[in-house]
Design a protein around this ligand. Structure first.
Ligand code: ZN
Length: 268
């Protein structure tokens, strides 16, 4: 599968993705923000747009639908609960469904509530191996989505702990926004001795602003993202969260720790 990432320069720093399965000659756009650059890209490649998938119903993940549907009439997939909320979405998808599928690869739908209750992610599987995950507003580089526009932090905690914690280290992360620098600083505000996060900040500072973005695997994300530390937080992290929230880490409730972290990030 060929993966193209577009930084949209939107106020919320959105990413749009184009995926092409050359085996079947079909093309998908995930979360199109602006139809104009996508159309230009497709014209340069000489490709049609066969499918759109919107990870969830927020307008910054769907605003390109109208222009692309007028031009290409693609099938528009979304969570069943988002049909009627997302412009032109007609085809509901559920956990385990496969799209852009051929013999060697496909995208598998994950049902991932929490940021909203109509949120799906896409897992790229090639030759039987999980290669990458497109996470919309569920998981970001060094962070997770907020829950105050139609979601719930405890539900997002369950989604991340049950579906992303066990995911293989080599899976690449393709999020819906770039909040890398801010999220790393949040991690370090709570876990200042996190070596991997300190190194990641150094790397971040070498990137050209709004030009270069990381493609991290989950091995790194599990170290630099505090929301991945809910089962085994460092002593620093446990103490900082206790100082700020009055709640102690409880090994029996990593979800509770996740919710505390999310509340701190909301105010940060
Ligand atoms: Zn959103």
């Amino acid at each position: 599968m060929e993966v193209f990432r577009f930084y949209t320069r939107s106020p919320l720093r959105n990413f749009t993705y184009i995926l092409r399965n050359p085996e079947i000659g079909k093309t998908l756009s995930i979360d199109p923000y602006d139809s104009v650059p996508i159309r230009k890209f497709l014209e340069e490649k000489g490709w049609n747009l066969d499918f759109i998938l919107n990870t969830h119903e927020h307008a910054d993940h769907t605003s390109g639908n109208d222009g692309l549907v007028k031009e290409y009439s693609p099938i528009v997939y979304a969570h069943p609960g988002a049909i009627g909320k997302i412009p032109h979405a007609t085809h509901p998808v559920k956990k385990g469904d496969r799209i852009l599928a051929s013999q060697n690869g496909h995208l598998e739908i994950l049902d991932t509530p929490g940021h909203t209750f109509c949120h799906v992610c896409l897992l790229l599987v090639e030759e039987g191996k999980r290669k990458a995950v497109f996470t919309g507003d569920t998981l970001f580089n060094a962070g997770v989505g907020n829950c105050y526009r139609g979601g719930e932090a405890a539900v997002l905690a369950k989604t991340v702990l049950e579906q992303f914690y066990p995911m293989e280290d080599e899976v690449l992360l393709y999020p819906g926004h770039d909040y890398w620098g801010t999220n790393l600083r949040f991690t370090l505000s709570l876990d200042p001795n996190n070596r991997a996060a300190i190194e990641a900040v150094k790397e971040y500072e070498t990137f050209a602003p709004d030009e270069e973005f990381p493609t991290n695997d989950l091995a790194l994300e599990k170290k630099i993202n505090v929301f991945f530390r809910c089962k085994d937080p460092s002593y620093d992290l446990q103490e900082k969260v206790f100082q700020k929230t009055g709640t102690r880490w409880n090994p029996n409730s990593p979800e509770g720790f996740f919710v505390s972290l999310r509340a701190l990030r909301d105010k940060w």
